[in-house]
Design a binder for this molecule. Structure first.
Ligand code: BDP
Length: 590
């Protein structure tokens, strides 16, 4: 799905701002929402609402805003588009249902011309935050004595609301609906292919590619063109071309859309992760979209800050744990050269795990017998790849985080999804899944399908707590076992970390102190460096973040290298010292 932009044939109206808001369950959208309450969009309602009844609300909420459309635009296609609404939305214009969408992290849109009236119009949205065994992420929804509970089956706060911008964009009646860009790099040149979908009456489609200086490097009606002396997109040295897609009728451009694209190759070969043919070493994080006040709502200043903090550290990459991030963040990474592992919201596909903490029903059953997430999983893979397929920053897809991949049924559930990912991706990027501690070389059922084995490991934290020598031995053993079991598959760490409360200090190895975080990370790094097939380290987490309440969370998860307000903990300085010395390429000499 294309990102909405303004060009000489299109314009965008932003409906961000203050919307009416209500917790009323049974509102009839044919009548205007009568409420004194308001919410800012984008933003989570949980933080803005302050009070417990809003913060912990379970079920539907209602948003409403009035808008007017410039008369001159009414002959165009008018498309109402949500960057996301978490987790389910029904959208009405002037009381009439125009679209529904399930899944809290993907854009959705509908043409609204037929629903508009002269003068003021009303957009009303019912947003529901219930998560159960059919949704992604997975939640433990229950109702007892009229009380609804919405316990997440995952370790982050279930923020909800309209999290990303709401826009109305126009297109002419003949318009570019989609563009897919693929290429082969051959020596100094690249052969670029365009596959467009165009709707409406038109004669032909012209592609004009410009380089970063604005110089035309090709201008063609063919679906394929050569860019000579191609400048490649590289980690932290992004280079983006831009293709103008002209839909032409009688020799005139009736629609124009611009898509930026970087050219780079990605391949897993000989136990290495190659970007542009050179072995890349991932240095970075699992992150969250999380901040004070905004909750999970888009915060572009925060996104810029976070990328600058990463650059300060010498990091080069992150994983969009545990759901797809905003299009704005993805486009920023593409522009800034930050390498991204793009993850679906498939988190919590494990029945009965840690139920004491997250509030499951307490009885362990076979995950694949009780959970019914396949449909949601297929849908989100389709939507995610359709949204992010042209981004050079995306170098790998993560199909799920910490699913029960050691349980019977994992193979039958995941093999088709991994295959679907491969089939859907026009650039054929590597595919991974992120494995939980219980999924080990001897019992994991999905590693055989993965291009890279991604591990979340907590030696020295959840196990061998405070015992770093023991932790190192256990980690060493596990890494040797992976090497023996899967000699050709590289391994990387997508999580390792220790909760650290900024300001806690100790001389000895005392968990939760800043010194312990430093020593915990050093112990892990020491072992990573001993193994050639370890191709990267993305620690957990970039910053402290909000979770549900629970006795092992101290006002949220404190594994951040930065506090939630982005102040460095002591370990940030030692990690910086390490990462500044690790080159992006050719770190592990062979
Ligand atoms: C892993 C999860 C992550 C948690 C982390 C932790 O992937 O979401 O926040 O552990 O426990 O299980 O800190």
């Amino acid at each position: 799905m294309l990102y909405p932009i303004s060009t000489q044939t299109r314009t965008v109206m932003d409906l961000s701002g203050i919307w009416k808001f209500s917790l009323t369950e049974n509102h009839d959208p044919r009548t205007p929402l009568s409420s004194e309450e308001v919410m800012a969009v984008p933003g989570s309602y949980n933080e803005q609402g302050v009070l417990r009844r809003i913060r912990n609300h379970v079920g539907s909420v209602w948003y409403e805003k009035e808008f007017e459309v410039l008369h001159a635009l009414q002959k165009e296609r008018l498309v109402l588009r949500f960057g996301s609404a978490t987790h389910q939305a029904k959208v009405y214009v002037n009381g009439q249902l125009v679209m529904e969408h399930k899944g809290g992290f993907m854009p959705f849109e509908a043409e609204i011309n037929d629903f508009l009236q002269p003068g003021k119009n009303r957009v009303t949205v019912e947003v529901n935050n219930i998560l159960d065994y059919t949704t992604l992420p997975v939640g433990n929804y229950s109702e007892k004595d009229g009380v609804k509970k919405n316990a997440p089956n995952f370790d982050f706060f279930n923020y909800a609301g309209i999290h990303r911008p709401v826009k109305i964009y126009t297109t002419p009646k003949s318009y570019v609906e989609d563009i897919t860009i693929t290429y082969e790099v051959k020596g100094e040149n690249a052969q670029v292919h365009f596959k467009e979908t165009v709707q409406g009456d038109h004669d032909r489609v012209r592609f004009v590619v410009r380089d970063e200086e604005g110089a035309v490097v090709c201008d063609t009606y063919e679906k394929s063109a050569v860019i000579s002396e191609v400048k490649l997109w590289n980690p932290l040295a992004a280079y983006l071309y831009e293709v103008e897609i002209h839909v032409e009728k009688n020799g005139e451009t009736v629609d124009l859309y611009r898509e930026s694209f970087g050219i780079r190759t990605v391949e897993v070969k000989d136990n290495q992760f190659l970007i542009n043919g050179k072995p890349f070493y991932f240095k970075g994080f699992g992150k969250h979209e999380d901040f004070f006040v905004n909750g999970r709502g888009l915060n572009e200043a925060l996104n810029v800050t976070d990328l600058n903090l990463m650059k300060w550290l010498g990091a080069n990459s992150f994983r969009t744990a545990h759901y797809p991030y905003s299009e704005e963040m993805m486009r920023l990474c593409d522009r800034q050269g930050i390498v991204v592992i793009d993850e679906t919201p498939a988190v919590g596909i494990m029945h009965g795990f840690n139920f004491a903490l997250f509030g499951g029903d307490g009885e362990k059953k076979n995950t694949y017998e009780v959970m019914d997430t396949r449909e949601a999983h297929e849908q989100v893979l389709r939507e995610l790849i359709a949204r992010d397929k042209n981004l050079a920053c995306v170098v790998m897809w993560s199909v799920a985080n910490e699913a029960a991949t050691q349980e019977e049924g994992a193979d039958a559930y995941f093999a088709p999804l991994i295959q679907l990912t491969r089939d859907l991706d026009p650039q054929k990027r590597p595919v991974t899944m992120v494995l939980i501690m219980m999924s080990m070389p001897h019992n994991d059922l999905v590693s055989k399908y993965l291009d890279v084995i991604c591990l979340n490991r907590y030696y020295g934290w959840y196990i061998n707590t405070g015992e770093l020598e023991e932790a190192k031995s256990a980690l060493r053993k596990e890494l040797s076992d992976w090497k023996t079991a899967y000699p050709d598959t590289p391994v990387m760490f997508t999580e390792y970390g220790a909760d650290t409360v900024a300001g806690f200090h100790a001389v000895d190895d005392i968990p939760f102190t800043e010194e312990y975080q430093v020593r915990y990370l050093q112990a892990n790094h020491e072992v990573f460096d001993e193994f050639d097939h370890v191709i990267g380290e993305q620690m957990w987490n970039f910053a402290d973040f909000e979770t549900s309440v629970g006795i092992i969370r101290v006002q949220g998860n404190k594994k951040g290298l930065f506090t939630r307000q982005r102040q460095p903990k002591m370990a940030a300085h030692t990690v910086r010292e390490r990462w500044m010395k690790i080159p992006d390429f050719e770190y592990k000499k062979r």
